[in-house]
Design a protein around this ligand. Structure first.
Ligand code: PRX
Length: 619
């Protein structure tokens, strides 16, 4: 820990020196002339002048090092089919698919939407984009046709990569059919590549759609890895904010790769013989940074699993850990809570002695879940790295360093090297120990988001307006007497449902797009497994009765507008919603109603006192 203290102090005294040293571990085609250009803050330029290819760093480098025959991905399909793919194979497939895209006119800078199951081709598609400088935008396979269309319109992607379907809990998710639905009355998409995965029946539109295997059949497995500017966009990933419109978080190449590669190496203490497994989906930032870019830049061998944790039963993960002798395992607290509920006997069936390090991400982990993970999965032997970060930060920001940081259940502990995290009060003063405030990052870091795609004003306003030149994370937090960071949760109208960000405004705009709904307010309620569940208060249009079916219909409507994760657990019909005199819905009161049933907070600005009384009665 003393070493950490010293290294950290040094790294934040001169972050540029620290990050330049880390960046130099990557393979650059041309060196940078400036490490950080912060003149146009908050628009950062890292490693300006440098030229780099992300795919080359993730693939060619390891093949050139003589590691081509080593397995990069141990893939497990949900139905039980498996594939082991070496670095050489991954490189050939990436090049072949990159060439297929080039043959169909995809160029550097074009946006490519990826909507895939968790198959190796999802990573190959991302790396193929990176190889040719196309900007990928992965859309989680659980999102609906409407979500795909919103992201297509915003990113102006002209190519889509998808599959006929993907396996989830024994069913086929109709990915291609969802893409077709998104493309009804939308003709800006020129190419749709379709991987055959489930052999479910699909429609192909001639001239636009091509099977992955046909498009790559005659392609060479050589595709040059052109060096792109360090600030060349690598990807856009949409995430929820406090408005109804998801934000397109833009990451660029050199800094992002430096951040993910460095954190992977140190936080997971990655060693040559490790078998690593991150259970996230590539549709989220965790899958981008800690399935694709971070591990692959380090040449890690990893497990990738297509399906659900309880398919066919709740021991599926542990069976995979035992079979592949996984040494590093990274998952979400919500999954851990679900395993606890499913019962220890599922764990006891398998030999987990290969594990040496465990990790969590996505939400605060409650100490009970931490203890169970530590004792039951890690046999008291494996350190747990509770990693705090965000889609925006690109890479892990607050985390223990295994072996160095004494652990405490429930805290992400201390900032990573080169990261100047702090907690500030309303006036911008640093909070003392045990004093709650706003989590900020005071100095730029290489994997930081560069902007919100096509909306630089929203970028400035959301993250940089509160404190001059300082990044506002949007989380409330405190430090304890050991300067450990305890993350309390979001300060904005963003929920965290099963470790996934969901804007209450998105749920509300989905609800009001239904013809029966006049007004809606969505809030979070604590949930044993999901962390938070969505509760929606709905007022109906004049003359409409909610009957027995409407709640069900509205849940389905939200599922169709956003995706299954956004479906409210509970829909409450009400005559009116509590509002301030200026007409703003007082979500705070609704939150209190759904969490405790009683409104304790200040109600002096409430326009109509009777509203709360009647909502509590309904509760
Ligand atoms: O509230 C924090 C929570 O997840 C948010 C970021 O969500 P997203 O961009 O979807 O990325 C999730 C995966 C990196 C944060 O603002 N969060 C993430 N990790 C933790 C966490 N809260 C507490 N502890 C964590 N380890």
């Amino acid at each position: 820990m003393d070493d950490y203290e010293e290294l950290h102090a040094k790294s934040i005294a001169d972050p540029e020196a620290f990050w330049a040293e880390q960046a130099a571990e990557l393979s650059w085609q041309k060196s940078w002339h400036s490490v950080l250009d912060w003149n146009d803050a908050p628009f950062a330029k890292w490693f300006d002048g440098g030229k780099i290819n992300a795919a080359e760093n993730c693939l060619d480098r390891h093949v050139a090092d003589g590691r081509g025959d080593e397995v990069a991905i141990y893939w497990v399909g949900e139905p039980g089919d498996t594939r082991n793919i070496t670095f050489s194979e991954l490189l050939s497939e990436t090049c072949r698919f990159a060439n297929a895209m080039i043959a169909r006119g995809v160029k550097s800078g074009d946006r490519v939407l990826i909507y895939m199951p968790m198959v190796p081709e999802a990573a190959i598609a991302m790396l193929a984009c990176a190889r040719i400088g196309a900007v990928h935008s992965v859309v989680f396979g659980g999102f609906s046709a409407t979500s795909i269309k919103d992201r297509l319109e915003d990113s102006e992607a002209t190519t889509i990569i998808t599959a006929d379907g993907g396996w989830r809990r024994g069913n086929v998710v109709p990915l291609k059919a969802n893409v077709d639905e998104a493309l009804e009355n939308y003709d800006a998409v020129e190419n749709v590549f379709v991987l055959k995965r489930c052999e479910n029946e699909i429609k192909m539109t001639e001239g636009r759609d091509a099977w992955w295997h046909d498009a790559t059949a005659d392609m060479s497995d050589f595709c040059p890895a052109e060096g792109f500017d360090a600030e060349h966009p690598l990807f856009i990933l949409y995430t929820s904010g406090s408005t109804g419109k998801p934000k397109g978080i833009l990451h660029t190449t050199g800094g992002y790769l430096t951040g993910t590669a460095t954190t992977f190496k140190y936080v997971f203490d990655h060693q040559k013989d490790d078998i690593y497994w991150c259970t996230a989906d590539v549709g989220w930032i965790t899958g981008h940074s800690y399935i694709v870019y971070g591990p692959m830049a380090n040449g890690a061998a990893q497990v990738m699993y297509e399906g659900a944790p309880n398919q066919p039963d709740w021991d599926r993960f542990w069976q995979i850990v035992a079979e592949y002798k996984v040494t590093i395992f990274y998952t979400a607290p919500t999954a851990i809570r679900a395993f606890i509920k499913a019962g220890d006997h599922h764990v006891d069936k398998h030999d987990l002695s290969s594990l040496r390090l465990l990790g969590t991400v996505g939400e605060p982990i409650n100490p009970e879940a931490w203890m169970w993970y530590h004792e039951k999965i890690g046999a008291g032997r494996c350190p747990i790295v509770d990693t705090w970060w965000q889609t925006e930060t690109g890479a892990i920001m607050i985390t223990p360093l295994p072996g160095a940081t004494p652990l405490k259940p429930g805290t992400a502990t201390r900032p990573f090297l080169g990261i100047d995290a702090a907690i500030l009060d309303e006036t911008g003063e640093e909070c003392g120990p045990n004093e709650g405030g706003k989590l900020v990052i005071r100095k730029p870091w290489p994997s930081m988001l560069r902007t919100i795609y096509k909306d630089p004003e929203r970028f400035k306003e959301t993250y940089w307006n509160e404190y001059e030149g300082i990044y506002l994370a949007g989380d409330g937090a405190r430090t304890d007497d050991d300067s450990y960071f305890w993350i309390v949760g979001r300060l904005d109208d963003v929920l965290n449902v099963s470790g996934h960000r969901l804007g209450t405004a998105e749920v509300e705009s989905a609800l009001v797009s239904h013809e029966a709904v006049a007004e809606a307010a969505a809030v979070g309620r604590p949930h044993d497994i999901k962390g938070q569940a969505v509760v929606a208060f709905v007022t109906l249009k004049e003359g409409i009765d909610h009957g027995d079916e409407l709640a069900l219909e509205l849940r389905q409507h939200v599922g169709a507008e956003i995706g299954a994760i956004a479906k409210p657990d509970d829909i409450r019909f009400t005559q009116t919603l509590p509002k301030t005199r200026s007409g703003k819905i007082m979500r705070r009161l609704l939150k209190e109603i759904v969490s405790g049933g009683e409104v304790k907070g200040d109600t002096t600005t409430l326009e109509d006192f009777n509203v709360v009384a009647s909502l509590q009665k309904e509760d």
